[in-house]
Design a protein around this ligand. Structure first.
Ligand SMILES: O=C(O)C1=N[C@H](C(=O)O)C[C@H](O)C1
Length: 287
């Protein structure tokens, strides 16, 4: 279900600071027509925390329409660090959402037992399969391979967006013994190639805005066992990702997309600040 490349769309703004609805639609077609298997609406890359409820609804509506037309999976980000409100947000997911990307409860640090209780409760209520968003350097909560495996055994937990900041023993343990029907998607752009080599099903990668075909090919090359092609592509794309993440995401990506004429402004909402011209130029050279 999750196999392939999923693009967490940026939210472009117009010169008046409003969500640029046409540009979202254009970007959505652009990445799906280049081979992405799905879109992620309302991810970190979308600056979800800075969007008003009606703006979030509009973004999801556009993505759902384009995904339905292209028969692609729409995953919607659901952020929250308490179980009741997260369950409510899941129950209220709009039509067209095929999966929900749910962050491990952040800041609170409930411990791994709390993380299990949280996701097991959500899995009982959600109308769509869940993808756990594991990103300990943002949430402050470690989640080991044994815990992810236990959660992955639940029929409504389809996978994990794995962004542990690198590859370690837990990563190798997890990918070496996945529950049936539970998939790993790379969520750290620079480490997606080694993760695919270990058996990941794909990735949710903001960098793929800038070279969708390249990331689609990378996923295919590892799945087809063409290690030579995959390794070379992986090295090139890791350099691109490093340049795109040289300043807080999605500032450099927006700078590049604007320079390419794909979005009307490179603007981001506070507390993010636009990327400097040097970072944007360097990323453009590698795109
Ligand atoms: O929004 C996302 O989904 C992603 N967010 C990550 C981040 O901002 O750290 C990066 C990843 O490419 C996708």
């Amino acid at each position: 279900m999750l196999r392939g490349l999923h693009v967490p769309l940026v939210t472009p703004f117009d010169s008046a600071g409003q969500v640029a609805v046409d540009a979202i639609e254009k970007l959505a077609y652009h990445v799906l027509d280049q081979g992405a298997a799905g879109l992620v609406a309302l991810g970190t890359t979308a600056e979800v925390a800075a969007l008003e409820p009606e703006e979030r609804a509009r973004v999801v509506e556009i993505c759902a329409r384009v995904c339905a037309e292209r028969q692609a999976l729409l995953t919607v980000g659901v952020t929250g660090n308490d179980t009741r409100s997260t369950a409510r947000a899941l129950r209220d997911l709009p039509e067209g959402a095929g999966a929900a990307l749910v962050t491990v409860p952040y800041f609170l640090r409930p411990g791994e037992r709390g993380v299990v209780a949280h996701f097991e409760a959500l899995a009982e209520e959600t109308p769509v399969p869940l993808v756990i968003y594991h990103i300990p350097y943002r949430t402050g909560q470690a989640v080991g391979a044994a815990t992810l495996r236990r959660l992955g055994a639940h029929p409504m937990i389809a996978g994990v967006k794995y962004a542990a900041g690198g590859i370690d023993q837990e990563t190798v343990d997890l990918l070496g013994d996945l529950p049936a029907g539970f998939e790993v998607l790379g969520g750290d752009d620079a480490f997606v190639s080694p993760l695919l080599a270990l058996g990941a099903a794909g990735g949710i990668l903001a960098s793929a805005h800038v070279d969708t075909r390249g990331f689609v090919e990378l996923v295919a090359a590892w799945h087809e066992g063409d290690a030579g092609r995959a390794r070379a592509l992986g090295h090139r794309l890791a350099r691109l990702s490093a340049a795109l993440f040289a300043e807080p995401n999605p500032t450099v990506i927006k700078g590049v997309l604007h320079a390419q004429g794909l979005i009307p402004t490179p603007d981001v909402r506070l507390p993010l600040l636009p990327a400097g011209p040097a970072a944007v130029s360097r990323a453009r050279l590698l795109a």
